[in-house]
Design a protein around this ligand. Structure first.
Ligand SMILES: Cc1cc2nc3c(=O)[nH]c(=O)nc-3n(C[C@H](O)[C@H](O)[C@H](O)COP(=O)(O)O)c2cc1C
Ligand code: SF4
Length: 440
């Protein structure tokens, strides 16, 4: 299978190797066309955002005003802080120039002369690597004012790296813009949307790292080529990050619509000890979990996952075997969202804490059947009642884990479930951690 985002080319991260393999030719091709033509091709390609919501990239770009008295901005979201998501850092490390080229083309299409790449603060290694690539691109005239000479165009664009400071909420696009402005990372009430009123009140487009890395091949090979890969309504490839109870955790670039069972058994190498799969979260910790006995035939793309009541999110697949303590897993997830809530909205600020308290009560052996219904009620009261989607991110895993594994939770509160002695969960990097070491 041809790879689009992470091609199997040795030293592709180096600018010379990238150029020898056709690098920066898509930008040249794009600058010879009108910005509207570029937007049109990306729209027709069917490229959808890889940052969680799977929104059409071309459509989003078309929301930018054609003329503006104010400057326009492009923000690239590399905050990547969702548990179970570790794909964008592969691009910073192995294909930074395709990202840079995608930024140039996108900036040209929307009329931005400045782009910010917001990178998760803990990604020291990847910030360094991306910075090296950016410096090389600048020194060879592919970025900045020298672009005019290099590409023979009036258009040029500067790219700045901005390091996050450890808050998951700054991955939410409006919090990201506040953070870039030097303010506290509070999400903004929408509308107005970023295309109208974004960074410093100016028209802004925000896209994920993987989304933008897809752009140069679309321009070079054509939208028809891209739209024929994978699933028709969500074409292309995805960087599937597989973690948890699999023999070969990692990031695998495969077409959209790849079977979930293939990800687990063919690419992920199966479950250690040939144990059964109890639960899978298909798109990062905020997405609705699926029961292990319902994964047969499930395709991994935005539309197919809807049919089984889940979503593609960031395509971070978290696998849990039959010996996993789901209550502890859920409490750990709940603790994350409780910790990361920015506190602006009462349902999210209070509800995340309540869910954690109830789950801890069940873990301590003091839970009751009414606690199960209370968990669902709290989750329902958060969902749809908050400024940003962290509310849903916190509510969904709780609501759907509890409803889909109600039998498990009922047995647990009635103390019928006997947990195995050597019960373990895996970290996102696939390292086994004894559950006792996870403080809830
Ligand atoms: C709490 C929260 C955290 C998010 N974190 C990220 C992130 O780390 N990276 C990302 O690309 N999108 C993240 N998003 C989604 C962004 O708000 C935005 O939709 C995305 O960057 C748009 O890019 P795309 O259209 O290319 O997917 C997050 C959303 C929420 C609600
Ligand atoms: S939903 Fe949570 S994280 Fe989002 S703005 Fe409200 S309190 Fe903050």
């Amino acid at each position: 299978m041809e790879k689009i985002v992470l091609p199997d080319i040795k030293n592709f991260h180096k600018i010379d190797v990238y150029i020898v393999n056709g690098g920066y030719s898509a930008a040249k091709k794009a600058f010879a066309q009108s910005p509207d033509d570029i937007i049109d091709q990306v729209k027709k390609s069917g490229l959808r955002g890889r940052g969680g919501a799977a929104f059409s990239a071309g459509l989003k770009w078309s929301f930018m005003p054609k003329t503006s008295a104010k400057p326009k901005y492009l923000c690239i979201n590399g905050d990547e802080s969702e548990p179970g998501s570790f794909k964008d850092r592969q691009i910073f490390e192995f294909n930074p120039h395709q990202l840079i080229e995608g930024i140039l083309i996108t900036a040209y299409a929307i009329g931005a002369k400045i782009a910010y790449v917001y990178i998760r603060g803990e990604y020291h290694k990847w910030i360094k690597l991306f910075n090296i690539a950016l410096e090389d691109a600048y020194s060879q005239g592919y970025v900045g004012e020298k672009m005019k000479q290099k590409f023979g165009t009036e258009f040029y664009c500067d790219i700045f790296i901005h390091k996050g400071a450890g808050a998951y909420i700054c991955g939410e696009e409006s919090a990201l813009m506040n953070s870039l402005e030097g303010k506290r990372g509070y999400p903004r009430i929408k509308p107005p949307f970023p295309a109208q009123n974004g960074l410093w009140g100016c028209p802004t487009t925000i896209n994920n790292v993987e989304t933008i890395t897809n752009v140069p091949p679309i321009i070079n090979k054509g939208w028809e080529w891209f739209s024929a890969i994978g699933e028709q309504k969500h074409p292309g490839t995805l960087l599937y990050g597989i973690s948890g109870h699999v023999n070969k955790p990692g990031v695998y670039e495969l077409p959209t619509g790849t079977l979930l069972t293939d990800l687990i058994y063919k690419y992920g190498g199966g479950v250690p000890g040939d144990k059964k799969v109890l639960c899978v979260i298909p798109g990062g910790s905020s997405m609705p979990p699926i029961r292990g006995d319902q994964i047969e035939g499930v395709k991994m793309d935005a539309e197919s996952l809807k049919t089984v009541g889940s979503a593609i999110g960031t395509a971070g697949v978290m696998v849990m075997d039959e010996d996993t303590d789901l209550v502890k897993v859920l409490a750990r997830i709940a603790k994350f969202y409780y910790h990361e809530s920015c506190g602006q909205c009462t349902p999210c600020r209070e509800g995340t804490g309540w869910m954690l308290k109830i789950l801890n009560r069940i873990i301590a052996g003091n839970g009751s059947i009414s606690d199960i219904d209370l968990l669902i009620s709290v989750a329902n009261n958060i969902e749809g009642n908050t400024i940003c989607a962290l509310g849903e991110a916190a509510a969904w895993p709780v609501k759907y884990m509890v409803t889909r594994f109600r039998d498990y939770f009922e047995k647990r509160v009635s103390k019928e479930v006997v947990l195995p002695v050597a019960n373990k969960v895996h970290s996102m990097r696939g390292t086994a951690i004894p559950l006792a070491d996870i403080k809830t």
